[in-house]
Write a protein that binds this ligand. Structure first.
Ligand code: DAH
Length: 358
């Protein structure tokens, strides 16, 4: 064994026995650092004869490659070991029951989403989803809102910067694009609701830049306005947990439905309290209508064969009405005192037989 080989072996041993990253770094410096053993040996090459250098050069370079690779491999092993130790130390026993004083609560928005799903689930609807970041096509054009349509301005849209190909993505301004995505995915008959986040550049007592909506869509060969009315009436009774709700379907306009309506529910305001279902006042709670033939076409559905209805409502608004929460902005402040006051017990999952909000 040459002298170099013997010394290289010693250095390799030092690398392999380095017990942590600091020790390994010291070994690296002592071998390959500016004044390291191997570095010094390489400096000696210049003083050698050409013959000697021919032998020593490759030998030293070989040793250097070998040591560099060994250090990298040892570093990987040590890092993996350190990670495993940390994972073991920071392990959390998720089977432990929560301590009462730190028990979490279900946010009213989650609660209302669960309630809405329970009610429509019972009517045979399934839950559909779509992305928060949408294309202009799904959010507007496919819903019969072409580029120059004035309805676009009403949406206070958050746009992303233009992509190199000129496309501008956006944060969806409503859950209606899920209508198109569902039509593309599933052949009729179709019966879905799509709860989710929506975004508009707006902020006051009743508006926040991020809010929640739930969309509904039913497509088959015979669905008509009467079904829409029945479906929404049943929903309101179940949701507000009252036997009778005064409701009014008021003619309105949405580009994606024809005819379109807005739904108001009767209410009474007295002594700072709001009672839903009775009384002389009206509160608007949702928009709806028969799906426009052009929207069906954009979703790849033949409007001569199929028809259907759609509706959309604000989840946060439903939560404010049902649970008497005055300011929408508080929903998103993450204030624990607010959440303890308005939150719901985590294990009381809303169901029709079990009760929605009890
Ligand atoms: N997308 C509408 C909005 O955000 C709400 C809406 C109205 C949805 C009518 C519908 C509908 O599906 O038929 O203002």
């Amino acid at each position: 064994m040459t002298d170099i080989e013997a010394r290289a072996r010693e250095m390799l041993n030092a690398v392999h026995s380095a017990s942590d990253m600091n020790a390994l770094e010291s070994v690296r410096i002592s071998v390959l650092g500016k004044k390291g053993v191997l570095t010094e040996m390489m400096k000696g090459l210049g003083a050698m004869s050409a013959e000697e250098r021919k032998i020593m050069g490759p030998a030293l370079n070989g040793a250097k490659d070998q040591l560099t690779a060994a250090i990298a491999a040892r570093a990987q092993t040590l890092q993996a070991q350190a990670l495993n130790i940390r994972l073991a130390q920071e392990r959390i026993d998720i089977s432990l029951p929560a301590r009462p004083e730190i028990r979490g609560a279900i946010h009213p928005v989650s609660q209302v989403i669960d309630e809405v799903i329970a009610i429509f689930g019972d009517m045979g609807f399934s839950v559909a989803e779509g992305p928060d970041i949408e294309s202009d096509f799904y959010n507007f054009t496919a819903l019969n809102i072409p580029p120059e349509h004035p309805a676009r301005q009403m949406h206070d849209t958050f746009y992303f910067n233009e992509k190199p190909d000129g496309e501008r993505l956006l944060l969806r301004t409503h859950t209606s694009p899920v209508q198109i995505r569902s039509m593309e995915k599933t052949k009729p008959p179709l019966r879905i609701i799509a709860p989710g986040r929506t975004y508009r550049c707006d902020s006051d007592m009743t508006h926040t830049p991020m809010f929640h909506q739930v969309e509904g869509l039913v497509i088959d060969e015979t669905a008509h306005m009467g079904h829409l009315k029945g479906c929404l009436t049943e929903f309101c009774k179940a949701f507000f947990e009252v036997d009778n709700v005064r409701m009014r379907f008021r003619p309105s306009h949405f580009p994606f439905t024809e005819p379109s309506a807005e739904v108001d529910i009767g209410c009474r305001r007295s002594g700072g309290e709001l009672r839903i279902g009775e009384g002389e006042d009206w509160l608007e709670i949702l928009g709806c209508g028969m799906v426009h033939p052009k929207v069906l076409q954009h979703g790849g559905i033949d409007p001569d064969k199929y028809q259907g209805f759609a509706f959309g409502m604000g989840i946060d608004r439903l939560a404010m009405l049902k649970y008497g929460i005055p300011d929408l902005r508080d929903f998103f402040e993450a204030d624990l005192r607010w959440l303890r006051h308005y939150g719901f017990a985590a294990l009381d999952i809303p169901s029709l037989p079990g009760g929605l909000s009890r």
